[in-house]
Ligand binder design. Structure first.
Ligand SMILES: [Fe+2]
Length: 261
């Protein structure tokens, strides 16, 4: 029996443990609400559409399921920077660069240049030179690069390598609150249940270093109108960091501690 066979059988054991409970819970709700054939077919049609639109991660996020799984997955990261939901907008291996954007039509002279800086250390305090900080965010107008034709592909995405003392810095623009996509089936769901689609401004992080657990998190900023009612419920107080004015730009300090693997 190869290694793959072992992982498959473990997975099957886990499925055998969890799936009956999932079905019992669903059946109990269907019974309690006397859900009709017509309603159940509408549910199946909706889920089919979610799959076709590639919106299952988004559905997981707006139903606060991703936040729950994140909390369940990080109970033993003592002293590490708080983790957060990854969301659906990550793309692998953006370029290494210290300025993560190019100017585009749609930016305004009032938009703020932001320098984010900090140190990456182990929870033991030792610096982690060479740690890779992978960031992605919305532009100051038009959201993510993939939603906005005016932005070059990969705009507001980049990787930065931590220096010898663990320090890192990158130049970006202060993001703004935005709405998750509302044109597809998840948008119709939000409308139907009366949930707004807004997220507070944030920068996504994925931080990796040898011998340490990978950290996926988000950085938030004070005074955002959606800090208390993020549609995906992902704001953690420990991840809200002050922004300071320095000459003609803003700065934000965000130190990162990774738990040993
Ligand atoms: Fe995001």
């Amino acid at each position: 029996m190869g290694e793959d066979d072992v992982s498959v059988s473990l997975q099957s054991e886990r499925l055998a443990e969890v799936v009956p409970d999932v079905l019992n819970a669903i059946h109990e709700v269907l019974e309690r609400h006397h859900v009709t054939e017509e309603e159940w077919m509408a549910v199946l049609a909706f889920l089919t559409e979610v799959g076709r639109a590639d919106e299952f991660i988004l559905l997981s996020d707006v139903t606060r399921t991703s936040v729950l799984i994140d909390a369940l997955s990080h109970t033993e990261d003592g002293g590490a920077t708080a983790s957060d939901v990854m969301g659906p907008m990550y793309t692998v291996e953006p370029p290494f660069r210290k300025k993560i954007y190019e100017e585009y039509e749609g930016m305004s002279p009032d938009d703020d240049v932001l320098f984010v800086r900090g140190r990456v250390t182990s929870t033991t305090g030792e610096p982690l030179p060479g740690a890779v900080i992978d960031v992605w965010q919305t532009g100051p107008a038009g959201g993510y690069d993939v939603w906005d034709e005016r932005q070059p592909e990969g705009n507001f995405r980049g990787r930065i390598k931590a220096e010898e003392d663990g320090a890192y810095e990158f130049q970006t623009m202060l993001p703004k609150p935005y709405t998750v996509p509302t044109a597809g089936p998840v948008g119709r769901y939000l409308d139907a249940v009366g949930q707004h689609p807004w997220r507070p401004a944030h920068i996504h992080y994925k931080v990796t270093a040898p011998g340490h657990r990978t950290l996926v998190t988000q950085l938030f900023f004070p005074d955002d109108p959606y800090l208390d009612n993020d549609t995906i419920g992902a704001v953690k107080a420990a991840l809200v960091r002050p922004v300071e004015k320095e000459d003609d730009h803003l700065t934000c300090d965000f130190d990162i501690a990774l738990a040993p693997a």
